[in-house]
Design a binder for this molecule. Sequence first.
Ligand code: F3S
Length: 286
Amino acid sequence: MEIIIAKNAGYCFGVKEAIQRTFHAVDLHRDKRIHTYGPLIHNPQVVQKLESMGVQSIDDIQDGKDSIVIIRSHGVPLEVYEKAKENNVEIIDATCPFVRKVQKIVYEYHQKGYSIVIIGDPTHPEVIGINGWCDNKAYILNHVFQVDSLPNFDKLCIVAQTTITSELWNAILKELNHKAKVVEPFNTICVATRERQSSCANVAQQVDAMIVIGGYHSSNTQKLLQISKKYCKYTYHVETAEDLPMDIIEKMNKIGVTAGASTPDWIIKEVIEKMSSMDQNNNERN
Ligand code: F3S
């Protein structure tokens, strides 16, 4: 069996930075309570590890009163910083610079009187955070058909959740161009997302089956899954090596592997090792 690993699989720059800063904070502030604002990344194994080190996730900044709170790479609405001050919360801000850029754009254009559209998942923390930088006034779209229900605008600023597909961005932008006299589009899909998606598509076209590793609730992993399924019928989403469909894999000759931006290297390694050792056992038997 041949295993092809996609380039740019696993932790992205923003996630790596957030994790490093969290471990550093635990080391440095042994006498203080440390929280993350929401689970640090969409990977249950990493979240469990942090909990075992005493780092709990909170959903309301007031629950972090008098403690250190780490803002994850997804970022938060502007009002969270204000509430943190009121509650004597020391913030360690690990908002990814790519997300920060989107927050700044919507803040600036909202101040200039533009209506804002965010293309992305309205329930995702990154999108909720971005919306909080334009007074929660953004129109949030996840499907092309939703454009029909929008009013016409004078001036429209359009941004993307950093992990959407270019396909979705292009399709919605095309329709939105007819909705306003002035349209300012900012394609804010991040570099790491683009790279992961294109190398996933590349590998999926060459293999019999594709394994996409990542948290079941990870948005960028879901997108890799979608892309892979377009090219490879036998695409499987696993969180850990335990979830591998071994009965199917052993019938395949070429397996592709990719991983979402919040998947740790050790999980990717375990998945590859499990498939390789099964292959070795099968070869020895035959
Ligand atoms: Fe940042 Fe992109 Fe990762 S926005 S957190 S580098 S997926």
